[in-house]
Design a protein around this ligand. Structure first.
Ligand SMILES: [Zn+2]
Ligand SMILES: [Zn+2]
Length: 348
């Protein structure tokens, strides 16, 4: 079968590999579509092997069940599914509490559970073998849209769910970074809370995409950006700051605009450094504010997100590529040319 494989430092190629045989507990998924993410760009651009050489990329996967090697599974062959990218154990105390993204058996302190396309073979291929426990039914969705839910949709959804009590009518949410994830974040905040939304990005074109859905747009490079957010919130700051960029400049901005007891969430990978000060005179965070790094999302959240999508309550700006053109998708994303989420759609 055709696959997009990471072959070592700076090397990603379209190759031919054997079709996987599902091990016990796995299903074989015939891939219909697979999203391309900044993670794929990072993996290819890195001067060290961030992931094992030979790994098939693709952690945003939608497809149909082709074969099931799990006799007790209630999944139907032929059914449409999306793949939860957190292949956790399902039995540890975090997993049974519905916190698969903090699994005690398959994840380490700073390494997550097995992730398709990162630590095990992913879905930028015609077929992928997936634990049945990671499959979420997604019937009736456009496969290209379904494919982006498990990462571009799930990541902002998880960050938002953890701070829902802060987001009420009258409160303010700031989303920094309006790419594929940021566009989902804006829709989810609108759909699920009554909060006012301020969108920030370094590019006017990115802000234009969500201008009709938010209360205000601001260039994050505007030297008065922080002052404008404070002025818009009575000097108090934003209750929720979702920093989807995570570099040192956006982290500093997030600290400067978050409200006391507000929440900064930084779910992405970047190279940012946040200076934590405890001085009364010069503070990087107001009293009570929290900053955390949420990881991916839970299995239940992916179910909820699919339900929102099936109800027609969320959508995505998709930039579609054919499988033979998958490498151009990574190039375009690297060069900042994609205004939405890049998805590789497989011909049937
Ligand atoms: Zn990703
Ligand atoms: Zn577990």
């Amino acid at each position: 079968m055709r696959a997009i494989q990471y072959l070592g430092v700076n090397t990603v190629k379209l190759t031919g590999v054997a079709r996987p045989v599902p091990e016990p507990g796995h299903a074989l998924v015939r891939v219909q579509a697979a999203g391309i993410c900044q993670t794929d760009v990072h993996v290819r651009a890195s001067s060290v092997e961030m992931i094992p050489a030979g790994t098939i990329l693709g952690h945003e996967i939608a497809g149909t069940v082709a074969e099931i090697n799990a006799p007790d599974s209630l999944l139907a062959v032929g059914g449409q599914v999306v793949v939860h990218p957190v292949w956790s154990c399902g039995v540890c105390r975090m997993c049974v509490a519905g916190r698969e993204n903090a699994c005690r058996n398959t994840a380490g302190r700073s390494s997550p559970a097995p992730t398709p396309g990162v630590s095990v073979n992913g879905g930028l291929a015609e077929y992928v073998s997936v634990p049945v426990s990671a499959l979420v039914p997604a019937d009736g969705l456009d496969p290209a849209f379904a494919a982006v839910l498990p990462d571009a949709g799930l990541v902002p959804f998880h960050s938002l769910n953890a701070v829902r009590d802060l987001l009420r009518p009258g409160s303010t949410a700031v989303v920094i970074g309006i790419g594929g994830l940021g566009q989902f974040a804006v829709q989810l905040i609108r759909e699920l809370t009554g909060a006012r939304i301020i969108a920030m990005d370094v590019r006017t074109e990115s802000l234009d995409v969500v201008a009709g859905q938010v209360d205000r747009t601001l260039l994050s490079t505007d030297p008065d950006a922080a002052a404008k957010v404070l002025a818009a919130t009575g000097g108090y700051g934003a209750d929720f700051v979702l920093d989807l960029v995570g570099n040192s400049a956006t982290l500093r901005l997030a600290g400067a605009i978050v409200a006391p007891y507000g929440a900064i969430r930084v779910p992405g990978l970047s190279d940012g450094v946040f200076e934590f000060e405890t001085s009364q005179l010069q503070t990087t965070l107001p009293w009570g504010a929290s900053l955390t790094r949420p990881y991916s999302g839970t299995h239940q959240e992916l179910h909820d997100l699919v339900a929102l999508a099936q109800a027609g309550r969320i959508s995505a700006n998709l930039v579609r590529y054919s499988f033979d053109d998958a490498l151009s998708a990574i190039d375009d994303l690297e060069q900042g040319k994609v205004r939405g989420r890049a998805v590789v759609v497989l011909d049937s």
